[in-house]
Ligand binder design. Structure first.
Ligand SMILES: [Zn+2]
Length: 261
């Protein structure tokens, strides 16, 4: 079961979340109230005692969500003995992909619960299901992009940017129904800062993909205030266009213009 968790094809934070889930070490109400007097152990959605099994398997809020999803059978496998037994059961029965689907939804439920508890935010049940599925779809497309690309995003010849700058490596590939875009950002000492992936549902042209990936990367830099970026793409034709910045008439050129202006 631990192997199933750690080998899951999901972002590392989901694997880590599942590890904590199975060890029942999430800070649910019952755990927090055991350790401090700060708040009671009420579930933020109903007023019953918030244990992990309650929050993820029994609360009326969570039941509405998993019934809206295609993953109900994994939730119905919950085990009164606890979450460890529950995870073990699902790990035994589900395929690797099904296990990952379930884990990502659990992780979204936990994020939603925290947003609700600490910020009063609340998404519609269907919206949570849709977002969890889209998140994993995007991740899978990203993985596929990496597998299909001629070389790894981080080439062996990766070079540090000038001091104080960050390097944004982007890559793209044609995937089912559109383009997959990948971004890896590292600092001037080569330390990992951020990685992101997304899929766009239009276009089949790898060069357009590289341009969109570049745009996506620069947007992330701005959104996260990461500083002064150096953009690096594996697509040589686009790199050429970026450096000459003449070609603004092609579809790609339009995007290139965004950075050189
Ligand atoms: Zn509840």
């Amino acid at each position: 079961m631990w192997k199933t968790i750690w080998s899951m094809k999901t972002p590392p934070k989901v694997r880590h979340f599942m590890w904590r889930f199975a060890r029942v070490s999430l800070a649910t109400g019952d755990q927090v109230s055991m350790r401090s007097e700060r708040r009671g152990d009420d579930c933020p959605f109903c007023n019953l005692r918030e244990t992990q099994v309650h929050l993820f398997g029994e609360c009326s809020w969570v039941c509405r969500i998993w019934r809206a999803s295609t993953l109900a059978k994994w939730f119905e496998m919950r085990d009164d003995r606890g979450c460890l037994e529950w995870v073990a059961r699902v790990a035994q029965t589900a395929t690797a992909d099904e296990f990952a689907d379930w884990s990502v939804l659990l992780w979204f439920l936990w994020k939603e619960r925290n947003a609700h508890l600490f910020n009063g935010a609340k998404l519609a049940e269907e919206e949570i299901v849709v977002r969890a599925q889209a998140y994993l779809d995007d991740y899978r497309q990203y993985e596929e992009t990496l597998e299909n690309s001629p070389g790894p995003v981080m080439a062996k010849t990766w070079q540090r940017p000038a001091m104080g700058k960050i390097k944004v490596n982007v890559d793209a590939g044609v995937v089912d129904g559109g383009l997959g875009l990948g971004v890896v950002i590292r600092d001037d000492r080569g330390r990992f800062v951020l990685a992101a992936a997304k899929r766009v549902r239009y276009g089949r042209d790898p060069e357009l993909g590289e341009a969109l990936a570049g745009e996506f990367g620069l947007l992330l830099v701005r959104q996260h205030h990461l500083g002064s970026p150096v953009l690096e793409t594996d697509c040589l034709t686009l790199a050429g266009k970026l450096s000459t910045a003449r070609e603004v008439h092609t579809e790609v050129g339009l995007y290139v213009e965004v950075y050189v202006s």
